[in-house]
Write a protein that binds this ligand. Sequence first.
Ligand code: SAM
Length: 331
Amino acid sequence: MQATGIAALLSLWEAACRMVDISDAPVTIVDYGCSQGRNSMIPMRKAIDIVRSRADATIPIEIVHTDLPSNDFSSLFEALISDPNSYMTGSSDVFPLAIGKSYFAPLLPPGRVHLGWSTWALQWMSTNAVDAPDHILAGMSRSPAVTAAVAAQQASDWQCFLTQRSREMRPGAKLVAGFTARADAETGWEWLLGELWSALADMRRDGLLSEREQEQMTIPIGLRSLEDIKAPFRQSGSFADLTLEHLDLVKVSDAFWPEFDGSGDRLAFARQHADLTRAWSGPLLASVAPSSCEQTAFVDDLFSRFERRLSEDPRPHEPYMAAVVLSKKPH
Ligand SMILES: C[S@@+](CC[C@H](N)C(=O)[O-])C[C@H]1O[C@@H](n2cnc3c(N)ncnc32)[C@H](O)[C@@H]1O
């Protein structure tokens, strides 16, 4: 799913790499919310190739990967050496760096960044604003109090991210971002995360957690609408010297569905979705699991129930992604 969404952003990224001013070396490219970096290899390689085709073939390029301090940066550096797609393979004068700090704070000196890239990260809130009594994902709750708290947190986080990035971007710099968002009537996560919430409710019925503990198992993700993303730019057309050059909503297709459609193998389809969902949500869910339980065993139980539910009623999972291009005011 992540790679499919990234593929949809690549033409915007290539255009940004072709347009941005690269008259000053080194060229600094930042990957915000990199995780273990495997999905960053292709976009970073494309940026290197385009920058090199426009300038001296040895122009130094620094690639800065940022994520939270808890991120597995060792796997990132390992992937840079051993991943067959690594942008380091066959490259010279390319300098990878990493920063372990939230992007809701300053990360780099003012005016340093030429190009920014961020995928599947900005839906995470900077803090768990509120526990949801009726859904595992804060942003999918129907409670008016939760909806209001999530909207306020997401609006403030978006403004904070824009302000921090604007400071470190050079005049004319560009940032391309893709993150989970919502259409007016749906998010695309209804089936998948509805089943995860139902699996948790099954555990509650089996006496494995209390009502309060179920509520505490809230994933702090909010899904912005296109109007939410536009909001800071509405009054004057720009915000913190940034303009919103491009914004659209992409429906990401289910990468596992064609295989299931051919094989009819419900168990394999359910396992693929359960594994992917656990990869991005498992650590957070373990951290908020009831303290009376062994956390890994609790999350194992949750995801095996989830997988069973998915296999009983397979459907295509087609979430929405906002595709955003921001541009810093030129000199
Ligand atoms: C689903 S992963 C996406 C990884 C990669 N960009 C991709 O597209 O496959 C989201 C990443 O965003 C990171 N993230 C979430 N909030 C962050 C923050 N405030 N600052 C930096 N990274 C953050 C998470 O730690 C996680 O590694």
